[in-house]
Design a protein around this ligand. Sequence first.
Ligand code: MN
Length: 320
Amino acid sequence: MSSYAELLGGLDRDRPVVIQAHDFPDHDAVGAAYALAYLLRHDGVEASLSYGGTIQSASLADEIETLRIPIEPSSEAGIAEDAQIIVVDGFVGNSNISGLPGEIYGVIDHHSPPVEPATRFHDIRDGVGACCTIVYGYFQETGIELSHSTATALLIGLMMDTGFMTRGVSEPDLEAFSDLFFQGDWRMGSRLLKNSLSLRDLGLFREAINACVVAGDFCFVPVTKECTQEVMALVADFFLGLRELHFVVVVEPDREEYRISVRSEDIERPADVIIRRALEGIGAGGGHIHMGGGSIPRDLYPGEEGLRKRFVDAGAKRKA
Ligand SMILES: [Mn+2]
């Protein structure tokens, strides 16, 4: 049975369905959630969309408004006790997600999960560049036509996660891209994604440029200003764009923890493997070959130099 048919077939039509994007969602999570709801509606299932945390990205807020995506914070969504929750683009564990009521019915994701999902349905393909590609595949399976806004949302998620088709791209991503590019509004998508920064972010870039520590092709960037995950990722991308650098780590304080963003241009040094190694015993991390992220609770933070050394020991710097 195809994945989508299995997903649909297992749903109890007498209970509410909620599609949940991960905390502080990004374009990929929201696009995948929105398109999945469109498909389910086509099959007579009305799903509501929600996310944990807040929308921190101005460009994502812009997308949600422009495409009129009906998504709201899970705290305000009034999720029922008997709701069936489908998690997209991120899976934390089988117990629950940030204290949501309801049952986690399914997981659709392109990250390798921390634990094997015990949910009734899961579709995890860690070789694809975006969760939007997986949901696009459901449209192909069913032959259901995409609406213009659904195609645009999927295209934006795909372009976002693959850095405009330059990282983590697999064959299904290319297939999705060549179709979505003409079905959706790529101009709007590009404008949104290419204007993610604001003048307010310059202070962070200034600090990052002053603070970076370079060793060979490895660059460690500790900053003290709190910032959004999206801007932190753009700082990491900026350093990766310097021709001498092939592995970048950005670390930033965020309330009770330190957050880390990792970028790699070297398949011999996969970002997810190296961050897991570097944070062993003090924090958690994961991701893909080219991008990774993680966090360390404040009381376990080994200090800037301590963390930098951990990354060097984990293999972030090419052996001479
Ligand atoms: Mn994603």
